[in-house]
Write a protein that binds this ligand. Structure first.
Ligand code: ATP
Ligand code: MG
Length: 358
């Protein structure tokens, strides 16, 4: 049972930069929460404050009700894995893992049992005597993870632990980490700026912007019901079309669609997979480029003023550059003043035929 509470935490660096701005979050027992946001949004600073490597300017942090705000890192029940893994290269794998346990005066037989158990857990059983310099990048990241896990932290903190690895290895390791995390039921805060990583691993996602929370929700909700145009544009591919609403109709450069909101400016949001195209000579748009991905195609088109829009199609061979097309969105959202003002339905658009065929 380990619950992390972050309450109104801010970090203002001496140079005046507000890296984290009155941030609050509760992470439930055994939950994995991803902090997702663009570079500079304060993710690492927040994680480092939870780990004790940075002191908050104000605010409170507790683990299982105990105030840890000013507790030094080595006295906190947290384990942190950094982006650059920083293993001790002069020690073999076993010694890297045993070091923290020795500091905690754990008896030698117990150290051996725990280190061997954790190495098994991360898929490195039998690697104890290996020099860390003789490991691949992926294996080194697993040792870094094992080094945190062997201390049996109440809260696991991961700061982009796979950023330096290639796509394939990253996908495999994130599945492994998710498996281990669920098996141990360890409360975890995971920083990434990869949306795939967040969508596939997290119980909940915190989308951060300028040190603040833009949205906290389950991955499917963040994807389907982004609360702000920032989240809509940040997660997945989204067409964001800035136009004007008049008498219940949204218009932009010759394209119009019913939108039951009051008159004024609006941003229309449509996912490529929720936008149907039909060939039309009097089209609202013109095909710019067609890309065939095998399972589906992506059509880049232009509205009359040059605004780019993407649509996913099941038969890319039906479209050619220069051709006129009409747009028929199956699901839309609309934003004004940074807030959602309309959504066709809370349910996801029907799966695109291309995805069903595949
Ligand atoms: N020691 C520091 N002194 C001054 N400003 C800092 C310091 N560390 C970070 N910052 C600033 O705080 C802001 C947040 O930085 P942080 O490293 O938390 O971002 P991040 O979301 O982790 O970004 P990235 O995805 O690039 O790792 C940035 O504007 C950064 O320049
Ligand atoms: Mg960072």
């Amino acid at each position: 049972m380990s619950v992390l509470k972050i309450k109104d935490v801010s970090k203002i660096f001496p140079n005046g930069t507000t890296a984290v701005d009155s941030f609050s979050l509760d992470v439930a027992d055994g939950e994995l929460v991803c902090l997702l946001g663009p570079s500079g949004s304060g993710k690492s600073t927040l994680l480092r404050m939870v780990g004790g490597f940075e002191t908050p300017t104000s605010g409170l942090m507790t683990i299982d009700g105990e105030d840890i705000t000013n507790v030094p890192p080595e006295k906190r029940p947290t384990g942190m894995v950094f982006q650059s893994h920083a293993l001790w290269t002069h020690m073999n794998v076993f010694k890297n893992l045993a070091f923290g346990l020795k500091l905690r005066k754990v008896a030698a037989p117990e150290i051996k049992r725990r280190v061997e158990g954790v190495l098994e857990l991360v898929g490195l059983g039998g690697y104890g005597t290996r020099a860390v310099t003789q490991l691949s990048g992926g294996q080194q990241q697993r040792v870094a993870l094992a080094r945190s896990l062997v201390l049996e932290p109440k809260i696991l903190l991961l700061d982009e632990p796979f950023a330096s690895l290639d796509q394939h290895l990253r996908e495999r390791l994130r599945e492994e980490v998710r498996d281990i995390q669920q098996r141990l039921k360890i409360t975890t805060l995971f920083v990434t700026h990869g949306q795939d990583e967040a969508l596939s691993m997290a119980d909940r996602i915190v989308v951060m912007r300028d040190g603040k929370t833009e949205q906290i929700d389950r991955p499917d909700v963040v994807y389907r019901e982004p609360q702000t145009p920032f989240v809509a544009g940040f997660i997945g591919t989204m067409n964001l079309i800035e136009g004007v609403v008049s008498n219940g109709v949204f218009s932009k450069a010759g394209y119009s669609t019913p939108l039951p909101v009051s008159d004024g400016p609006a941003i229309l949001a449509v996912r490529p997979e929720a936008l149907d195209l039909t060939a039309s000579t009097t089209g609202q748009g013109k095909v710019h480029r067609v890309t065939d991905y095998g399972t589906h195609g992506l059509v880049d088109l232009e509205l009359k003023d040059g605004t780019r829009v993407k649509a996913m199609v099941s038969h890319p061979d039906l479209f050619q550059p220069g051709q006129g097309v009409s747009l028929a969105p199956r699901a839309i959202a609309a934003y004004r003043d940074g807030k959602v003002i309309h959504r066709t339905s809370a349910v996801a658009p029907a799966p695109h035929p291309a995805l069903v065929d595949a």
